[in-house]
Design a protein around this ligand. Structure first.
Ligand SMILES: *[C@@H]1O[C@H](CO)[C@@H](O)[C@H](O)[C@H]1NC(C)=O
Ligand SMILES: *[C@@H]1O[C@H](CO)[C@@H](O)[C@H](O)[C@H]1NC(C)=O
Ligand SMILES: *[C@@H]1O[C@H](CO)[C@@H](O)[C@H](O)[C@H]1NC(C)=O
Ligand SMILES: *[C@@H]1O[C@H](CO)[C@@H](O)[C@H](O)[C@H]1NC(C)=O
Ligand SMILES: *[C@@H]1O[C@H](CO)[C@@H](O)[C@H](O)[C@H]1NC(C)=O
Ligand SMILES: *[C@@H]1O[C@H](CO)[C@@H](O)[C@H](O)[C@H]1NC(C)=O
Ligand SMILES: *[C@@H]1O[C@H](CO)[C@@H](O)[C@H](O)[C@H]1NC(C)=O
Ligand SMILES: *[C@@H]1O[C@H](CO)[C@@H](O)[C@H](O)[C@H]1NC(C)=O
Ligand SMILES: *[C@@H]1O[C@H](CO)[C@@H](O)[C@H](O)[C@H]1NC(C)=O
Ligand SMILES: *[C@@H]1O[C@H](CO)[C@@H](O)[C@H](O)[C@H]1NC(C)=O
Ligand SMILES: *[C@@H]1O[C@H](CO)[C@@H](O)[C@H](O)[C@H]1NC(C)=O
Length: 398
C-alpha cells in the first residue's frame, strides 16, 4: 500500500512540474497594419488590423474607434485569409463592409465593445451600484460620442501595441481621457506591471484607464459597461475561479472569466478574462489596489454602438452586456487620485489559467516531499530491520 502511495505522490509531483516548467511553446507570427485598404484619411476613425499567423490558421484582431471602441476577433482555418474593408460603407457602418476572405475559412468570430462609462453617487460608501436606486446614477458617458485619438502616432510595431484615448466634449472631460492600451502577443507570457495576467498567442490585452475626470459628486465612483457580440449558437456566462496563490497579483486570489460557450456543448469559443482588481495610481502598488464587481450578463437587443461590429456581423448575432464597477466599501472615492485602471484579456478558445507560482510549488514540493522522504526512509529501515531479524532468527538453528 505504501508503495502505491509513494508512486502516486511521485506522479503528482511530476505532473505539477510538467505543468509549471513545461510551459506552452505555441507561437504566432504577428504583424500590424493600420487602416487596411484606406485611400483617403478619415479623421477620428481608425482601424488597426493585427494578423497573428499560426501554422495552419490565422487569428485576425481588429481594433477600431469607429463609434464605441471595440476589438473584433476572427479565427480562420487558413493562412491566406484576408481582411477587406470598403471604407465608404464602413464609415456609414454598413453591414458587410468589413469582411474576411474566403468567408468559408472563418471558424469563429466575436467582439468586445466598451459601450458606456457610468458614474454614480456612492452616498453611503458601499461601492455596490446594484444596490443603489437609479437616481444615484449620473447621466452616463456614451463612448460612441467620444473623440478618439489617432493611432498612427502611438502604434508600436515591435511590441504589437497601440494606444487609443478618447474624450467627451463636456467640461468634466476638459483635461481628462479614457484610454485603452491594446497589446497583441506572439507567445505565452505576462507583463511585469500588475495584474500581470498570463497571456497567450491566442489572446490580446487591453489596459483601460480613466484619468483626470472631474467627478460630478464628491462621492463619485465609476463603472464600465461592456458588451460581447458573437454568432448564433453561443451562450454567455461569467465564471469565477479561486486560487491559493497571489504571487503574480498580490492580494488577489480570484480570476473572472466571461466565456462564450457553444449551446449543447462544453466547447468554449472565446473569452474575456480579468482579475477583479483596479489600481488608483498609474504605477500599480498594493496601497492603491481596489476590487471590482461585475453584474451577470444580460442579453441585449438594441443596436451596437460600435461601427466595427455593425460593419462585420451580417447574420443574426448575439449581444450580451455586463457592468464592471471599480472600488469597494470604505475605499477612497475617485476624487482621491483622479485615476483608475483595469486590465482585461480577450481571446479565443479556453482562457489561459494561472498555475501555481514557483514559490508555492516549492512549498507544495516540501509539503509532499517531506512525508515522502520519511516514508522511503521508514520503509527502508523496516526492510533492513526485518532482514536482520530474519537473519538473527535463523542463527540459533545454525
Ligand atoms: C498543419 O497541417 C499539417 C498538414 O496538414 C499537419 O501536419 C500539422 O500537424 C498541422 N499543424 C498544426 C499546428 O496543426
Ligand atoms: C463600397 O460601398 C459603397 C456603398 O455601400 C458601394 O456603392 C460601392 O460599390 C462599394 N465598393 C466596392 C469596391 O465594393
Ligand atoms: C476550412 O474549413 C472549411 C469549411 O469547413 C473547409 O471546407 C476547408 O477544407 C477547411 N480548410 C482547411 C485548410 O482545413
Ligand atoms: C443610505 O443610508 C441611509 C441610512 O441607512 C438610507 O436611509 C438611504 O436609503 C441610503 N441611501 C442609498 C442611496 O442607498
Ligand atoms: C450619442 O450619440 C448618439 C447618436 O448620435 C445619440 O443618440 C445619443 O443621444 C448620444 N449620447 C449622448 C450621451 O450624448
Ligand atoms: C497621423 O495622421 C494624421 C492625420 O491623418 C497626420 O496629420 C499625422 O502626421 C500622422 N502622424 C504620424 C506620426 O504619422
Ligand atoms: C491637466 O492634467 C495634468 C495631469 O493630469 C495636470 O498636470 C494639469 O495641471 C491639468 N491642467 C488643468 C488645466 O487642470
Ligand atoms: C491557440 O489556438 C490554436 C488553434 O486553435 C491551438 O492549436 C493552440 O493550442 C492554442 N494555443 C493556446 C496557448 O491556447
Ligand atoms: C463637496 O465637498 C466640498 C468640500 O468638502 C463642499 O464644499 C461641496 O459643497 C461638496 N459638493 C457636493 C456636491 O456635495
Ligand atoms: C440544443 O439541444 C436541444 C435539445 O436537445 C435542441 O432542441 C436545440 O436545437 C439544440 N440547439 C443547438 C444550437 O444545437
Ligand atoms: C449597467 O448599469 C446601468 C445603470 O444601472 C444600467 O442602466 C445598465 O442597464 C447596466 N448594463 C448592463 C449591461 O447590465
Amino acid at each position: 500500500m505504501d508503495k502505491i502511495q509513494i508512486f502516486i505522490n511521485i506522479l503528482l509531483i511530476c505532473a505539477a512540474r510538467g505543468v509549471l516548467w513545461g510551459g506552452d511553446d505555441f507561437r504566432r507570427k504577428v504583424s500590424l497594419e493600420l487602416n487596411p485598404g484606406q485611400k483617403t484619411p478619415s479623421p477620428g476613425v481608425d482601424l488597426l488590423h493585427v494578423r497573428a499567423l499560426g501554422e495552419n490558421d490565422t487569428l485576425h484582431l481588429l481594433l477600431s474607434s469607429n463609434g464605441a471602441p471595440a476589438v473584433l476577433l476572427v479565427h480562420t482555418n487558413s493562412t491566406e485569409s484576408l481582411i477587406h474593408v470598403n471604407w465608404t460603407a464602413f464609415l456609414n457602418r454598413t453591414p458587410g463592409s468589413v469582411r474576411v476572405e474566403p468567408e468559408s475559412s472563418v471558424r469563429y468570430s466575436s467582439a468586445l465593445v466598451f459601450s458606456r462609462l457610468l458614474e454614480y453617487d456612492d452616498v453611503n460608501n458601499t461601492a455596490d451600484p446594484q444596490d443603489l436606486p437609479e437616481s444615484s446614477f449620473l447621466p452616463p458617458y456614451d463612448l460612441q460620442n467620444f473623440t478618439w485619438s489617432e493611432m498612427n502616432s502611438t502604434l508600436d510595431y515591435t511590441h504589437h501595441s497601440t494606444l487609443l484615448c478618447g474624450r467627451d466634449s463636456s467640461s468634466a472631460f476638459s483635461n481628462a481621457s479614457l484610454c485603452l492600451q491594446f497589446s497583441a502577443f506572439e507567445s505565452e507570457g505576462r507583463e511585469e506591471a500588475w495584474p500581470s495576467l498570463l497571456h497567450s498567442a491566442n489572446s490580446s490585452q487591453l489596459r483601460v484607464w480613466l484619468e483626470g475626470v472631474i467627478p460630478r459628486t464628491n462621492q463619485s465612483r465609476f463603472s464600465l459597461e461592456l458588451q460581447t457580440v458573437s454568432e448564433e449558437g453561443f451562450q454567455s456566462r461569467v465564471d469565477i475561479h479561486e486560487f491559493i496563490d497571489d504571487e503574480y497579483t498580490p492580494s488577489i486570489f480570484q480570476m473572472s472569466e466571461w466565456v462564450s460557450s457553444q449551446v449543447n456543448s462544453s466547447s468554449v469559443g472565446g473569452f474575456v478574462q480579468w482579475k477583479p482588481v483596479a489600481y488608483r495610481q498609474r504605477e500599480p502598488v498594493l496601497e492603491d489596489a481596489t476590487s471590482c464587481r461585475n453584474t451577470l450578463p444580460i442579453s441585449l437587443t438594441q443596436p451596437t454602438p460600435s461601427g466595427l461590429v455593425s460593419s462585420y456581423f451580417t447574420h443574426n448575432s448575439l449581444m450580451y452586456g455586463i457592468n464592471v464597477s471599480f472600488g469597494m466599501a470604505e475605499d477612497p472615492f475617485y476624487s482621491s487620485t483622479h485615476f483608475i485602471s483595469w486590465t482585461v484579456l480577450v481571446g479565443m478558445g479556453s482562457p489561459p489559467s494561472d498555475f501555481f507560482s514557483p514559490l508555492v510549488m516549492g512549498i507544495i514540493a516540501v509539503g509532499l516531499g517531506t512525508p515522502l522522504a520519511l516514508l522511503v526512509v521508514g520503509g527502508v529501515y523496516v526492510c533492513i530491520r526485518k532482514r536482520r531479524e530474519e537473519q538473527l532468527g535463523y542463527q540459533p538453528i545454525n
